[in-house]
Structures are given as structure tokens and as C-alpha cells.
Design a protein around this ligand. Sequence first.
Ligand code: MN
Length: 417
Amino acid sequence: MNTGEVSDQEVAGLAYGVFTLPGGHRRRIGVRLGTRILDLATLADAGQVPEQLAAPSLDAFMAAGPAVWNEARRTVTHLVVDRWPVAKSAVVDTDGVTMHLPFTVAGYVDFYSSLHHAVNVGRIFRPDADPLPPNWRHLPAGYHGRASSVVVSGTEIPWPSGQRLDEGGGVSFGPSRRLDFELEVGFVIGTCSTFGEPVPIDQVMDHVFGVVLVNDWSARDIQAWEYQPLGPFLGKSFATTISAWVVPLDAFGAVRVPGPAQTPQPLPYLRRHHPWGLDLDLTVKLRSAQMRARGLDPVTICRVGFAEQYWTVAQQLAHLTSNGAPLRTGDLVASGTVSGPGPGQMGSLLEATRGGVEPLPLPGDETRTFLQPGDEVILEGQGGTVRLGEARGTVTSTPAARRRAGRHGPRSRRSSC
Ligand code: MN
């Protein structure tokens, strides 16, 4: 019987994060309760929840597997619904707390699973050819990204520099002129798999702990020059933002969908046995430095559904392990940019502005083709009544502008090395 202290919606959307209290040093695992946090470190110290939740990150808890995840979820739900006086003593306000990267990112893989995104991008880069590469409907295309630059929501994003092909045909090194975001959904691996042993598609989701939003920041000019022949590299690896809150996969049980029909039928190891599409509604908001100075709210520049992703996460993970490469606790597996077919459904500026040709109007007299220094990008998402954690980031001024201003680098919450 819910005492009403915590809404059913908050209970359904329990999500895990790692925080420090104002002035505190200990990193604590917490559960999101609306605008409050249930401090599991206190409860774990008191033996009320599984011991892995006393740790400074989710790593040990994620590695412990579904039995421990389920026990923790049952225990936390019981505490907030039936034993509120006990839970209440461990509730803290989010004001002043600092959120941290919730787990150690072991590896980062980015897929390319939105048919609309692949077609939109193909039409921009290859207007006279079939927008889809010949392999696209046969395998979930992906690449291995950089785990070391995955940062938690709220971290400032340093403006990247790199090699670019200039309009006159020369090659130069300097700040990107085509900085972009990518709206993506990320799946976080909990339990590892065995080296050399492919994980069958009907078992692979047992390894998935939870879901985050991902902004795969992209420097399109660096990317366009470097990507042949080996694919994305420094145009992507400078930063990737994930939400501070990891929503357990189980929380989205009510919004599972089969995914769109596939032609041709995939090879046997990729055939869907269970509905692992997720009916999520995703949003991108943008706020420029000028909008912030004028006190304007962020403006919504994209609304798109996730249910129509051509390849499901189960298919992606079956493919990822099909050669025997193991899953590792903390692997981040992202969907690729999520876009729809219509205007207002574009998960990147590359698509929304057709390659920088059609500027996007912002409030006031501003427009955007690609990002400008000081722009803030906010990704939000929801599945049924369950909210994903937001993934928010502001791109800093260019390195040259920072030097002129006498700053040695962005003040940020990046983990130190
Ligand atoms: Mn991407």
C-alpha cells in the first residue's frame, strides 16, 4: 500500500545514479525519487539493501547480475512504499548534490540502427546513389568508440580541433566549423560474457543492466575528412555525454515493441525471438548563450520516437558478440542517431539543416546550421510513465577564444586521471 509519500510514477521509474553530498567526498549510489534522491549508501551501511550498493560506483552492482538487481529493486520499492519512515531518513534533496559518471565505461560501441537517419545522411552525402549501403539491411552497422571521453550529463564539452579539408582543397588543423550533436539511446552492460563465445540473441538481454540517453557529439568536418577508409575516429572521440541516471531495463517492460518488419529476413543469428524494441519518446532542446543571457527557455528542435529503430538492441548485441568478442561490465552500447522521416524529427543538425544548407531558426534573430560556442543541448526521453535521465551539455568557446580570455580550460566535472 503506497502511503502517498512517493508517487507510483516515481516508484515505477526508479533509476540509479552516483552523487556526492554538498561539501562531501564520499561517492554514494542513490535512487532517483522525482526531485529527491534515496541515498542507498546509508541504507547499505545499515544492511537494508544489497552490499554492492555501498560502493562508490555502480560497477560491482552491475556485475552482480539480474538476481541481485531484482532483489535491490524489490527491496527499494518495499522501503519507499511500505516502510517510508525508514526510507525517509535516507532521502536527500537534489539541490547542491554533484552527480558523477555512474559506472566505469569499459568500452563504447556506437551503432547506426535508425533507417530514417541512414537514409537522411545517405541522401546528403550521396544524392545520386542508393542512400543505404548494400550491407545495411543485413547487419547492424557499428564502430568502436572511445570510452575515456564518455562524460556525465552537465559536463562542459571542450570545443574540438582537428584536421579539416578546406574549401580551397587545402588541409588545415583548427577548431571544428561543423560541430553537431547526435540523439541516441544507450544500453549499459551489467554482466560480462565469455571470451570466444558468441551470446545467442535469446540470451543476450540478460546481460543488459539499464538504459541511458547518449549525446554522441560529432565534428562533421573532421569526420568527413578522416572517415575513409576506417570509419569514425577523432571527429567523434573527443566527448560523449550520458545521463547521470541509469534506468533499469526492467522498468521499460510495459513499452517493449517488436520493431518494424525486416526485409530481407536477417540471417538466423540475428532473427528476433522477443520484442526488444522500446517505445520511447525522445526530445532534443537547444539553448544558445544569447537565449540564456535573455532568460529564455531552451527550445525544442526535435521530437522523435524510438520504436521504429530497424535493428533492436538484442540484434545489435547478438551481432557484437557473434565473432566471440566478449561483453564487459560497463560496456556502453549506443543506438546511433535516432531520426524520423519528417521535419522536426531529426536527431542531428546535419540532418535538420540538410548538411548546413538550411539554417534552423532560434528565438530572437538567431539561426543555426551547426553549434556555436556556448550552445547547450539537452536530450530528454520517456517510455510510458518512466522518464530517462536527461543528457545535458554546453559546448565551450573555441580553444583560441579561451586562450584570449586567459582560461586554461573549461571548469568541468570531468573525472580526473
Ligand atoms: Mn553516433
